[in-house]
Design a protein around this ligand. Structure first.
Ligand code: ZN
Ligand code: ZN
Length: 410
């Protein structure tokens, strides 16, 4: 069997949303372990068993509860133990309107954050078994969007490990050992895959973490600022700094560490251990949330999954019999609101207010292309009709997908 494919492939949309010349992307082969002890089959088996045990532990309830305790520390400690000290230091009297508003906001943001984190951990990300393709015989799902303009189908993609058809944007997760519907990535920290059913919780968890930590930081810095460390600096440390300037310049880092330590000790002594603990945990958590949350939210706003960003996409749309066109990472990008609605569902605005689950997008099995993607596909269809195909491969596997058990492999 000979498959034909155009060199300039339709629908491959670059980062900027423009049609770009396509290439058949081939994922790198599994890199064999280079460790000398893994050369024999016995050691390789041991190595595989060890990996399987690690993966199993990282998806276990014990691990999920451990990470829940770690991420839950800052909001729970903050509302229950640090907040009374913080509000007292800031001069907010108990049972006043301001006091009630602070507590209501703290409780709401903590509930939303913890609910979405727990839901990310325990919600089934969505499996691909028992999903019926639009064309059941060939296992093909239809392209979404305006079907009057583009009545096309995705290339069939069979998972030999799960024995099921993979809908567009789905992948087989080697950790979960199953195909995940619109898989974003496997998240070891939450102990779960991030897929169609829990991606919204995952993004909301970052959004509420950021808002809550920023609020906590403002309260902590406000409370710490009321210490007299600035006057202590002027009265006590500055003269000594001048006296020992030459030697301090040699040990500049030590000098800065000394100043920081002086402030730390004074806040601890004057304001209590709760405010210091809350400040340290807030700053640490904020660094982690910004470091991992910004890329996750950026991709979600562009309707690009982490898998599509990190690995060459092996998604194809069938233009004609045996003619396939590869898709690029920007193929599904709509407006930011539409992209977030795909992940969070139509009730996304209600989920910003209340801790509720989202509903699965009805177009999940037929994702719609962006306007640019649709135009690029139409361009490529014209090119195929006028000029024919420019690149041919022998098998579907050469393109990176499996046409299924009923189709000839070669
Ligand atoms: Zn699978
Ligand atoms: Zn997984």
């Amino acid at each position: 069997m000979t498959l034909r494919q155009r060199e300039a492939t339709s629908g491959q949309v670059s980062e900027e949303g423009e049609a770009a010349p396509g290439k058949v992307s081939v994922a790198p082969a599994d890199v064999p372990c280079q460790a000398p002890e893994c050369k024999t089959p016995e050691c390789k088996a041991k190595h595989d068993e060890h990996n399987a045990r690690c993966r199993s532990f990282l998806a276990s309830p014990v691990w999920k509860c451990t990470t829940l305790v770690v991420v839950g520390f800052t909001p729970v400690f903050g509302v229950v133990l640090a907040m009374p000290h913080l509000l007292n230091t800031l001069g907010v009297a108990p049972w006043t309107l301001a006091w009630l508003l602070h507590y209501s906001f703290g409780a709401w943001i903590s509930t939303q954050f913890l609910y979405n984190f727990i839901a990310t951990q325990w919600t089934d990300p969505g499996g691909c078994k028992n999903l019926k393709p639009d064309k059941e015989v060939t296992g093909q799902f239809q392209l979404g969007g305006d079907r009057d303009q583009l009545a096309l189908f995705y290339a069939p993609n069979w998972c030999t490990k799960c024995s099921c058809w993979k809908p567009p944007r789905s992948h087989h997760c080697s950790t979960c050992n199953r195909c995940i519907l619109r898989m974003d990535h496997h998240c070891p920290f939450t102990g779960n895959c991030i897929g169609a059913r829990n991606h919204g919780h995952f993004i909301l968890f970052y959004i509420f973490a950021f808002i809550g930590l920023l609020y906590s930081l403002v309260l902590c810095v406000g409370a710490a600022y009321t210490t007299d460390h600035l006057s202590r600096w002027t009265d006590h440390i500055e003269p000594k700094w001048k006296e020992h300037k030459a030697s301090l310049n040699k040990h500049f880092n030590f000098g800065l560490a000394g100043v920081a330590f002086s402030i730390f000790v004074q806040v601890l002594r004057d304001k209590g251990i709760e405010i210091v603990v809350q400040l340290v945990s807030t700053v640490s958590a904020l660094v982690a949330v910004l470091g991992t949350g910004i890329p996750a939210c950026h991709l979600a706003c562009g309707n690009v999954t982490t898998m599509e960003r990190l690995f060459p996409m092996k998604e194809y749309v069938q233009l004609q019999d045996q003619v396939y066109c590869p898709l690029g990472p920007g193929f599904y990008r709509q407006s930011t609101t539409e992209n977030l609605a795909v992940i969070m569902g139509k009730r996304w605005w209600l989920r910003l207010l209340l801790p509720i689950p989202g509903e699965l997008d009805s177009a999940i099995l037929s994702p719609a292309p962006s306007k640019e993607g649709q135009e690029a596909l139409q361009d490529r269809m014209r090119q195929v009709e006028e000029q024919g195909v420019k690149q041919e491969v022998r098998t579907c596997q050469d393109l990176g997908f499996d046409p299924g058990p009923a189709q000839p492999k070669v």
